[in-house]
Unconditional design. Sequence first.
Lengths: 330, 215
Amino acid sequence: MKKLINDPFDFVEEMLEGFCAAHDDLIKRVGRRAIARIDAPIPGKVGVVVGGGSGHLPLYTAYVGKGGADAAPAGNIFASPPAKPILEATRAANGGAGVVYFYGNYAGDVLNFDRAAAMAEAEGIRVATVLGTDDVASAPPSEAHNRRGIAGAFLVVKVIGAKAETMADFDAVVATARKANANTRTMGVALTACTVPANGKPTFTIADDEMEVGLGVHGEPGVRRTKVVPVDTIVDELVETILGDLDYTGSDVAVLVNGLGATPYEELYVIYRRVKQILDARRITIRRKYVGEYATSLEMAGASVSLMRLDAELHDLLAMPIHTPMIRQF
Amino acid sequence: MKNIDGNTVSAVLSNVANAIEANKDYLCTLDSEVGDGDHGVSMTIGMRTARRALATLENPSPEIAFRTVAEAFADEVGAASGALYEGAFAAAARAVAGKATLNTTADWAAIYEAIAREMQAIGKAELNDKTLLDAWLPAAQALRTAADEGAPLDEGLRRATAAAWAGVENTRHLIPKRGRASRLGERARGYQDAGATSAWLIIKTIEQSLAPAAE
């Protein structure tokens, strides 16, 4: 393992200390493992709490800010936060209009967020949960609700944050959050594994000439391992799988081409080029586009493609401004 | 058999923490076959914190010793294992509330049953779902049977360890129903479950720490 770290067991603590200090104009610490936007809680606004394991920046702590989430707990690397920091984030986000949780569908996250939700409800804070389930490779369409959440979370959080920013009421924010997730699909490919510092060894082994299609963002095995092929062939498979999973015919879409941490932006633009070719040929109109690192897996090499099918509301919410430590849109 | 007071329980739990930490890489390797490879890390973070907190206790009751471990998991771990072990050790603490010593087979049967029951309630898993319950449930059952038969504590704990290990071995034949590995279906068959393995390590270390030979 070769990393710029001190004691691996201090890694998350030291990362958060630096993250909060670097962005103290935008966010504040509201617990040992929880942060909130600097002006939270905002009276009368529905609070948005997102979160999960660390190791995925900008997801989730750097989604916190104006136009994004109100607060986020941060877990250990790739591990759900405990209920306590989730509760701290919930209190910090609560402006009296209820709090919406959005996080990826993983067993640990569901356990801990559900416990925190029960504690928050006991304190009189209304909580609703929407699970991120965008990874088409993680379960067949018949079990879409069991899918795990990956990079499409960015698009969904962008929508939820914007909706809450309009001072929409609790039920409206929850409904829009569900709609955003239901219209989002992602599929990715990994070229290399990554190493959790406290583990010290890569999460999986993969040959120099191989790739894992449909990977999990924590190094969970994907659907298939195969020789690396030209990127257009890879993108064709990712996008065709997504298009086969949800009817995008004649739709407007948002596209997210996401790097996993060690893939150059240059390669991401090559991928975006191919995505555009495919969608143009299908007469699917790209209305919003994001190319860059929005949800990483430490130093994993690879990328994912997300498509969100847009209606007027989703489009307009994506177009609204956002200003967080790592994401800025005017 | 020694007198098992709160100090002994605290020492046993410290041994458990050391055993988990010593097996961190083994547990991570098992988890990386079908999961994300961090089970050993999560358990080590919790147990390390627990060991430090236990060391600061002065003549704790058995309840306080168990509660200290629960609080370490509550504060530091997260993940499914963190929520499950926080709940499990808190349940163990409740099961021994008011007791100064835990000298009987029935005392420990009550503890293991409380742990298994709480984990089942929190994780909503069943036997053969390829989770840590595949070690905890048979261990609790074996210890209860031993208590009902009037078996001495060391024998009961030995039977619990054996039952837990049989459960761990059985996980190789199972398809996971919970956790990240569950999405792999058949691809996960053949691999030993990391959560069941760490459960067995805990159960085995408790047995060895309380064995007459360890006095």
